[in-house]
Design a protein around this ligand. Sequence first.
Ligand code: BG6
Length: 509
Amino acid sequence: MVIFGAGGDLTKRLLVPALYNLAHTGLLPEHLAIVGVDLAQQDAAAWQGSLHAMLASFVGNPSSESRIEAIDAAVWGKLAGGMSYVQGDLNDAALYDTLRLHLKDVAHDAQTEGNVLFYLAVADRFFAPIIEQLGHAGLLDAEARDGTPQHWRRVVIEKPFGHDMESARALNKRIRACLEEEQIYRIDHFLGKETVQSILAFRFANGLFEPIWNRDRIDHVQITVAETVGVERRGRFYEKTGALRDMVPNHVFQLLAMVAMEPPAGFDADSIRNRKADVFKSLRSVTPDDAVRGQYGPGTVLGAQVPAYRSEPDVAADSNAETYVAMRLAIDNWRWAGVPFYLRTGKRMARRMTEIAICFRPAPHAPFEDTHVESLPPNWLVLHIQPDDGISLQFQVKRPGPVVDLATVRMAFHDRDWFPHEPNVGYETLLYDVMIGDQTLFNRADMVEETWRVVQPVLDAWATEPPRHFPNYQSGSDGPQAAEALLRHDHRTWRPVNTEADGSATPEK
Ligand code: BG6
């Protein structure tokens, strides 16, 4: 495994801890060597030291989801024993010659049979240049130039994959000139989340839900990805990117596809990706009238005072970058015609919560005349993605007592009540899948291009028309008023973000 960007945050915080967790559960191949590539002058020992220090910071850290109990010296020793480091400039052809020679030695010493996984943990401007350089150096071919057999060569590409439809197409074109689609693993780390993967099991391993999973029974769907963090140290990146590009055509659309896709013919990569691609193709391009943008002002998040986006490091004092997006989407197919999908995502919101909430149509008739019952709230089925993974169903029961009255209650399943905690940084499954050559959880070229197509009209409109009222939501709130208006227009309301429960029923005692 060759990691470009070996000194970066992604490598230290996610990739290497994920490799450690895989090693710990015995899921790494017997013969594995890890080659770090970066510009910094350091040797393998110094690199390993910085990786170990980061891993050590996860030990027993309750605020880290990736918390591990202790570093197992034998497991780390074996992993680190296979690590080496190559210093060089990513744009310099000489680096790739050095790498080729180095990989030859590694293949021999570690008996890796010439299989290589190249992981591009670097800024997106390097994706195409690195792949082209690898191609020129003959590092992507099944057969090496000296005739040594190489079983497979795979490339993992992080997001962002392009910054609009045109650039995504251009990037696909450049990398497809060097690689077959079967060699390309475009990562969306949301697909590494257990609960996201379990949506398919929930839908297709139960006879109960699929028959009601359509326009006949479902009124609308709300997908929320709310974060409490601000822009953190990524002001420079975020100023160019904004919430729409950062979250919607990738993470949020992946959630949407899991809910909206048709049953696949099988659980192989192509069957599943074909059905997801169908969803993206059926998504109507969003008009600017169906989208709302927001930017956070100062406020209080989880009890702490936080500054406005415009006061964050590396952010312009008059920045127009959006930190919040909400939109109404339509899927033009038989299952979903007329069922709106509302999406929203924002930073510095009241609570960290990612959920997919499915609102069912009301009961067709309410035989409760002459009782205390005034209205029937809808049934909600909520897939809780994070932080508290699980599924809940909200329905009406009779409130105990002599008079007829109804109460809304919630039946809830929490992952943590049923399964042991496994240390997980979210990249374990994805790395494992690349190693075994399973592309199910990775984006295909056509899927990426379709998702950009859907949001392109909004990107265009927002680029030409500056927002008028930024900042328009307070840090620690549920987002801008305009987002409320988007749903009010359809006689609907968002589920609250700002509640300790999940925005649904809470016990009366
Ligand atoms: C990243 C975005 O892809 O996903 C970040 O660039 C965002 O802005 C993050 O905070 C959210 O991921 P997670 O796993 O923390 O929910």
